[in-house]
Design a protein around this ligand. Structure first.
Ligand SMILES: [Zn+2]
Length: 590
C-alpha cells in the first residue's frame, strides 16, 4: 500500500513539474533540484516555496485537473464568498469552488460536506483553481467572508479575532498592525503602502472595551510573554498563513488612557510577500535587471544595496540571490540577517541574536565553505572589515548600507575605516533605491508638461518629459476612489546603479569623495540617477512626479546641487583637462 501511495505522489509530482517546465514556469535546471515532497498536499506549498510564479502554477493545475481557472472579471456582479483563515484559501464564485491547492483533500472535503447543509449557504457544483495572488484583486478583497465565528466571549473569540486580523493584514500586504487603546475600547489600523488605515472588514476595525484585554492576552500568549502590562515588552511570533509562515515582531507599551494603564500593541509583519520575486518582477528597467544579473555571476567582490529603512533593500538582495541560485545550483549560498525574513530553499540563513552578532556569524560562516554570502547590514568596522576581506578571497558578498545615494556607499565604507585601495579593488556595484507610490489609473489623468504652467515651470527643461506625445499622470482634484488610497495604490521600485568602473576605481583609490565620483560618472554619461529612473516611470504612467518629489528628494534640490557643482567644475576645467583625458584613455583601454 505504502509503495502504491508513494508512486502516485511521484507520478503527480512529475506531471506537474513537466507541465511547469513546458510553460516556462520552471527551468529544467531548477526543476532537477526540487526534491519530491512527502505527500500530495505538500506539492503546491513546495513549488511556491521554490518561487514558482503562482499564476503559472494555477494555470498548470487547471490544465492537469481539466478544470476552470478563476478569471478576475471586473464586470461580474454575482456574490463572491471567500474563506477566512484556512491554511489554503478558497473562493466561491458563480457556483464554482476555486481552490489554490486541489491536491488538498482535507480542505475540499469539509466544504463538500458543508454544501449539503442547507443552513450554511455554500453553493457550488464544480471545482476550479485560482492563483494565490487572485486574493489580492480588488473584487476578491471586497468579497464576503465565510464567517463561522463563534459568539463565545472567552479566549476562543479572541483567537478567531486575532486570526482574522493577522490574515487580513497579510492579505492586504500591511507592514504594521496598530492596536490602540482608547477610552471606548480599541481601534485597529493597518499600515498599507506607508499609510495607516482602518480595515475593510468592519468586524476588525474596533474592539469593545470589555474585549480589549482578551485580544491583548491572546497576543501575549502567542509571543510567550507574561501579561502584566506594566512594562514594555517585545517578542516574536510565527503565524501559519496560507502556504507560508509569516514571522512578526510584537511590541507592547503600557500607555495611559485617562486614569487607566492599557497595553498599546504594534505588530510588524516581517516577511509579507508571497514568494521571493524574480529579478524581472521587481519593476526595474530591463537594463538594470541585466546589469544586476551579470554582476551576480561574478565569483568574488562586494555588491551593496542602499536606501532608507523600508525601501525594499532586502527584497532586492533576495531576488538577486534567487537568480544566483537558479543560475548556479552548485553554489553554496548563505545569509546573515536580523531577523531572518523571507526564506528560500537552497539558501541557508543565520539569524543574529544577543549571543551572535553580524561579525561573529560571518566569522563562523566563512568556515562553512560559502560561495555567496548576504550580510543583512554592515553596522560596525569589524563586520565591514570581515565582509571586505571575504569579498577579496573568493566570495561574492552582498550587503546593505544606509546612504542617500549609490555613490554615498564609498564615503560610508571609508568612514567605517576601510582601506581605499581595498574598496576600489573589491567594490563591484552599489544600487540605491526607494519605493514610490503607484498612481491609481482610475482617478488620475494624463497631462502633457507643456499644457500645465506649474509642471512646465519645474520640469520644462527635462527633454524626455517635454518630448512630443509624452504625458505624465496627474491626480484628479478629488483623488481617491474605491480602488485606491488617496489616489495611490501599491508601490514601485525606483533605483540607480553605480558600477565601479576602472575610472571610478582609480578615483576611489586617489581619495576622491562620493560626490566627485558621481559627477564624473554623470559627465561621462555612464550613470543615471534616481530621478532619471523616476522620470522613466512617470512617462510609463506608473507614478506621478509629485510622488517622486516626496520619495527621492525635490528635483530642484537634487539637480541644482549638481548644476552648481557642474558649473564650478566647468570653470576649473582648463587645468583638469590633461588629467581627465588621461583617465578617459585609461578607461577606454580597460
Ligand atoms: Zn483611485
Amino acid at each position: 500500500m505504502a509503495v502504491e501511495k508513494r508512486s502516485r505522489l511521484d507520478i503527480q509530482f512529475e506531471k506537474i513539474i513537466s507541465v511547469l517546465v513546458k510553460i516556462d514556469a520552471l527551468s529544467e535546471k531548477v526543476a532537477r533540484n526540487i526534491s519530491t515532497p512527502d505527500c500530495l498536499e505538500a506539492i503546491v506549498p513546495r513549488l511556491l516555496e521554490q518561487g514558482v510564479d503562482d499564476v503559472l502554477l494555477a494555470n498548470a493545475l487547471s490544465e492537469i485537473y481539466h478544470c476552470d481557472l478563476y478569471q478576475d472579471d471586473e464586470s461580474y456582479t454575482g456574490e463572491l464568498i471567500r474563506s477566512t483563515h484556512d491554511k489554503c484559501p478558497w473562493l466561491i464564485s458563480d457556483s464554482i469552488l476555486y481552490v489554490t491547492n486541489p491536491y488538498d483533500r482535507d480542505q475540499i472535503e469539509p466544504l463538500i460536506r458543508r454544501k449539503k447543509d442547507a443552513k450554511d449557504h455554500l453553493y457550488f457544483d464544480k471545482l476550479g483553481v485560482l492563483a494565490m495572488s487572485d486574493f489580492e484583486s480588488d473584487d476578491v478583497l471586497r468579497a464576503n467572508y465565510d464567517i463561522a465565528t463563534s459568539v463565545d466571549t472567552t479566549g476562543l473569540w479572541a483567537k478567531e479575532f486575532v486570526d482574522n486580523l493577522l490574515n487580513e493584514a497579510i492579505t492586504r500586504k500591511a507592514s504594521d498592525i496598530h492596536i490602540n487603546p482608547e477610552s471606548h475600547g480599541g481601534v485597529i489600523k493597518l499600515r498599507i503602502d506607508g499609510r495607516c488605515q482602518l480595515s475593510n472588514i468592519p468586524d476588525i476595525q474596533t474592539i469593545s472595551i470589555d474585549r480589549y484585554r482578551l485580544v491583548a492576552n491572546n497576543l501575549m500568549e502567542r509571543v510567550n510573554k507574561q501579561n502584566n502590562y506594566l512594562e514594555p515588552i517585545s517578542g516574536y511570533l510565527v503565524y501559519q498563513a496560507a502556504h507560508k509562515h509569516v514571522s512578526m515582531r510584537l511590541e507592547m507599551a503600557p500607555v495611559k488612557v485617562f486614569t487607566e494603564i492599557k497595553p498599546k500593541i504594534t505588530i510588524r509583519i516581517l516577511n509579507n510577500s508571497r514568494a521571493i520575486s524574480r529579478m524581472d518582477q521587481l519593476g526595474l528597467s530591463l537594463e538594470h535587471v541585466g546589469i544586476l544579473k551579470s554582476i551576480g555571476r561574478r565569483s568574488n567582490g562586494l555588491i551593496v544595496v542602499t536606501g532608507p529603512t523600508g525601501s525594499g533593500k532586502s527584497t532586492t538582495l533576495k531576488s538577486l540571490l534567487r537568480d544566483i541560485r537558479d543560475q548556479f545550483p552548485e553554489k553554496s549560498i548563505y545569509t546573515i540577517e536580523d531577523p531572518v525574513e523571507d526564506q528560500l530553499d537552497g539558501i541557508t540563513s543565520l539569524e543574529v541574536s544577543q549571543h551572535m552578532g553580524f561579525s561573529t556569524a560571518l566569522k563562523s560562516l566563512l568556515r562553512h565553505d560559502p560561495d555567496v554570502i548576504m550580510v543583512g547590514e554592515i553596522r560596525d568596522t569589524e563586520t565591514a572589515e570581515l565582509a571586505l576581506r571575504a569579498s577579496m578571497t573568493g566570495h561574492l558578498v552582498l550587503t546593505t548600507l544606509h546612504t542617500n545615494d549609490a555613490h554615498g556607499a564609498i564615503n560610508r565604507l571609508v568612514n567605517l575605516g576601510m582601506d581605499r585601495a581595498l574598496i576600489a579593488e573589491n567594490l563591484l556595484a552599489v544600487t540605491a533605491q526607494r519605493l514610490v507610490n503607484r498612481v491609481c489609473p482610475h482617478c488620475s489623468t494624463q497631462k502633457m508638461i507643456q499644457n500645465d504652467e506649474g509642471l512646465r515651470a519645474t520640469y520644462g527643461d527635462i527633454d524626455t518629459l517635454t518630448a512630443s506625445g509624452v504625458a505624465v499622470p496627474v491626480l484628479n482634484e478629488n483623488a481617491g476612489c474605491q480602488k485606491c488610497n488617496f489616489g495611490y495604490s501599491g508601490r514601485h521600485l525606483v533605483n540607480e546603479i553605480f558600477i565601479n568602473d576602472r575610472l571610478s576605481e582609480k578615483m576611489i583609490a586617489q581619495g576622491h569623495g562620493s560626490n566627485e565620483i558621481k559627477f564624473a560618472q554623470q559627465e561621462r554619461k555612464v550613470f543615471d540617477d534616481l530621478w532619471d529612473d523616476g522620470i522613466r516611470l512617470a512617462i510609463l504612467g506608473v507614478t506621478t512626479l509629485d510622488a517622486l518629489e516626496v520619495k527621492i528628494s525635490p528635483l530642484h534640490v537634487a539637480r541644482n546641487r549638481f548644476g552648481v557643482e557642474k558649473s564650478r567644475k566647468t570653470e576649473a576645467r582648463s587645468d583638469l583637462t590633461v588629467d581627465n583625458t588621461e583617465l578617459f584613455i585609461l578607461d577606454a583601454i580597460n
